[in-house]
Ligand binder design. Structure first.
Ligand code: NAP
Length: 508
C-alpha cells in the first residue's frame, strides 16, 4: 500500500452532503503507528447533532424509504456490499492508518466481513417476518390479527476506536435493512472510515438516511443520547460510558442496545490439543494488540499442564513481530494512543505489585521507522489469581493472565467470577465435555477449540455488564424494529359484539 503524506480534511456528513461544523472548528486525527497527524476532522457540537437528527427525521418521514419492499431493500443491501468491495483499498488504508489494525487483518478479514454482512442482511430481510398473521380466534368473535414489525425511527450509533469500520456496519446494516435512518458518532481517534462509508452508502440511499457527526463524546455523544427525536441508541464502547448512555437514554425512554467491555475466560482442559490450543489462545488475546472486546484475556490452565503451557506460549509469543501495520509482515501493530499505552503499562505495574510473575514482554518498545508510535510488547503473566486487578478489569491491550485451576468446577467458577460476560472459550478433544462446559459459561458467545470466530448470521452480544441486546444475525433486525399488533374485527353486527356488553347492559 502506498502511503499518502498529505493531511486529509473531513467535514461532517449530513443529509447526503459534506458540511463544515457550525463552529468551523476541527480536531486532529493521528496515525497511532507514527504519531503523525493524518487528517483534520470537523469538530461537531450540539447544533450539528440537531441538524443531523433533523435530516434523519425528515428522511424517516419519506414512506418510499420506510415502506420499501424487502426484495428491493435486499437489492440495495447487495449493492452496498459491492460498493464496499469496490472501495476496499481506500477503506482499508484509512482504517489501518487511523486504528493501527494490521493491513493483513483489515484488508482481508474486516473488508470481507463487512461485504458479507450486507449480503447476509439482504438474505435475511427477504424472509424476515415484517408481518405475521395470527390464527382467527374462536372467542369472543372472529377477527383478523397481524403482528407488524416496523422501523423504530431515527437511530443514533456511537462507536469505539478499536474496529471502527466493522463495528459501524454492525449498526448501519440492520438499521438500513429495516427502514430506519441513522446518525453515527464515531470515536474521535478513528472517524475517517465511518465518514467514507457514509459517503459510499449515500450513493444508493436517500439524503438524510445516513449521517455522521464527528466530535467528542461530551459534545456530540451526549446530545445524541439525550435528543428527544432520537428513537434508538446503539452504543459500542466501555461499560463505564455504557452506563452513562443508558442513564441519558432513560430520560426519553429510548430503545437501547449496548455492546460493552469484556474479560473473557479461556479454559484449557487437560485433554486439549496443545498444538492448536496454544497458538489459538494467543490468537484469542494478541490479535489487534489485545484491543478487542472479546479477547480471551484470562487463560485457565490445569496444574499438571501449567509449566508446559507457559513455556509453549512464551516461545510462540516471542515470534510475533511488532511493526508498522501497513507492512504485510507485521503481526502486531501499535495500541491506539499514548494514553492507552500508559493505561496498559499501569496495569502491568499493578500485576507486578499484586504478586503476578511477568514471563514475557511487559514494556513499551520503539519500532524502527515508527518512533512516534505507541507499541507494547505482547505480555504474559503467570501466578495470577482471579481477584487481582489484571484479572478483573478490562485492560484493552496485549496482556494475558494465566490462572491455575485444580478441577473443572473450579475453572468454571473462576471463569464466571467477573462482572463481564461477552465471550468465553474451552479447548478439549472431548466434544461432550466441551458442550457441558459451554452450557455453564455465562457469556454471549462460547468458542470450542477456536477464538474470534463471529458469523454475520449469528447473534453477538454480552451477558451481565457486557451489554444488552444482540448485533448481527436476524436478532439484529429485531433490535431495529418495533412490534405493532393490528386487530381488525370480522363481526359486523352490533348484536354479536357480546364483548360490548361488558360496558353496556342493554345495547340491543
Ligand atoms: P469509550 O471510551 O466508551 O468510547 C466509545 C464511544 O463513546 C466513543 O465514540 C466515545 O467518543 C463515546 N463517548 C465517550 N464518552 C461519552 C459520553 N459521555 N456520552 C456519549 N458518548 C461518549 O470506548 P473506547 O475506548 O472507544 O472503546 C473501547 C471499549 O469498547 C472497550 O471497553 C471495549 O471492550 C468496548 N468494545 C465493545 C465491543 C462489543 O461489541 N461488545 C466491541 C468493541 C469495543 P470519543 O471517542 O470522542 O471519546
Amino acid at each position: 500500500m502506498t502511503v499518502n503524506l498529505e493531511v486529509m480534511n473531513f467535514p461532517l456528513f449530513i443529509n447526503g452532503q459534506w458540511v463544515p461544523s457550525v463552529t468551523g472548528d476541527t480536531f486532529d486525527v493521528k496515525n497511532p503507528a507514527t504519531g503523525d497527524v493524518i487528517a483534520k476532522v470537523a469538530k461537531g457540537n450540539e447544533a450539528d447533532v440537531n441538524a443531523a437528527v433533523q435530516a434523519a427525521k425528515t428522511a424517516f418521514e419519506n414512506e418510499e424509504w420506510t415502506n420499501m419492499k424487502p426484495k428491493d431493500r435486499a437489492q440495495l443491501l447487495n449493492t452496498i456490499s459491492h460498493l464496499i468491495v469496490a472501495n476496499a483499498e481506500e477503506l482499508a488504508y484509512l482504517e489501518v492508518i487511523s486504528s493501527g489494525g494490521t493491513v493483513r487483518r483489515v484488508s482481508s478479514s474486516d473488508i470481507l466481513q463487512m461485504a458479507d454482512l450486507f449480503q447476509t442482511m439482504a438474505k435475511i430481510v427477504v424472509d424476515y417476518p415484517f408481518s405475521e398473521t395470527l390464527p382467527i380466534p374462536p372467542f369472543p368473535g372472529p377477527s383478523q390479527n397481524f403482528v407488524w414489525r416496523e422501523p423504530i425511527g431515527v437511530c443514533a450509533a456511537i462507536t469505539p476506536w478499536n474496529m471502527p469500520m466493522l463495528i459501524a456496519t454492525w449498526k448501519i446494516a440492520p438499521a438500513l435493512a429495516t427502514g430506519n435512518t441513522i446518525v453515527i458518532k464515531p470515536a474521535s481517534f478513528t472517524p475517517l472510515t465511518t465518514l467514507k462509508l457514509a459517503e459510499i452508502i449515500s450513493q444508493v440511499v436517500p439524503p438524510g438516511v445516513i449521517n455522521v457527526v464527528t466530535g467528542s463524546g461530551k459534545e456530540v455523544g451526549e446530545p445524541l443520547a439525550n435528543h428527544p427525536d432520537v428513537d434508538k441508541i446503539a452504543f459500542t464502547g466501555s461499560t463505564e460510558v455504557g452506563r452513562n448512555i443508558m442513564s441519558m437514554a432513560s430520560h426519553t425512554i429510548k430503545n437501547t442496545t449496548l455492546e460493552l467491555g469484556g474479560k473473557s475466560p479461556n479454559i484449557l482442559l487437560d485433554d486439549a490439543n496443545l498444538d492448536l490450543a496454544l497458538p489459538g489462545s494467543l490468537f484469542g488475546v494478541f490479535l489487534h494488540s489485545g484491543q478487542l472486546c472479546e479477547s480471551g484475556t484470562r487463560l485457565f490452565v490445569p496444574d499438571q499442564l501449567h509449566d508446559q503451557v507457559v513455556e509453549g506460549l512464551v516461545t510462540l509469543t516471542k515470534q510475533l513481530k511488532l511493526g508498522n501495520p501497513l507492512d504485510q509482515t507485521t503481526d502486531v501493530g501499535p495500541v491506539i494512543s499514548k494514553q492507552q499505552k500508559d493505561t496498559i503499562l499501569s496495569y502491568i505495574e499493578s500485576g507486578l505489585s499484586e504478586g503476578a510473575t511477568l514471563v514475557c514482554g511487559g514494556k513499551a518498545v520503539a519500532v524502527e521507522g515508527c518512533e512516534g508510535g505507541h507499541f507494547i510488547e505482547p505480555t504474559i503473566f503467570t501466578n495470577v489469581t482471579n481477584d487481582m486487578k489484571i484479572a478483573q478489569e478490562e485492560i484493552f491491550g496485549p496482556v494475558l493472565s494465566i490462572i491455575r485451576y485444580s478441577d473443572i468446577n473450579d475453572a468454571i467458577k473462576q471463569a464466571n467470577d467477573t462482572i463481564y460476560g461477552l465471550a468465553a472459550g474451552v479447548w478439549t478433544e472431548d466434544v461432550n465435555k466441551a458442550y457441558k462446559v459451554a452450557k455453564q459459561l455465562r457469556a454471549g458467545v462460547v468458542w470450542i477449540n477456536d477464538w474470534h470466530m463471529l458469523r454475520n448470521d449469528a447473534p453477538f452480544g454480552g451477558y451481565k455488564q457486557s451489554g444488552i441486546g444482540r448485533e448481527m444475525g436476524k436478532q439484529s433486525l429485531d433490535a431495529y424494529t418495533q412490534l405493532k399488533h393490528v386487530h381488525s374485527s370480522m363481526v359486523s353486527d352490533l348484536k354479536n359484539r357480546s364483548w360490548y356488553q361488558i360496558l353496556f347492559s342493554n345495547l340491543n
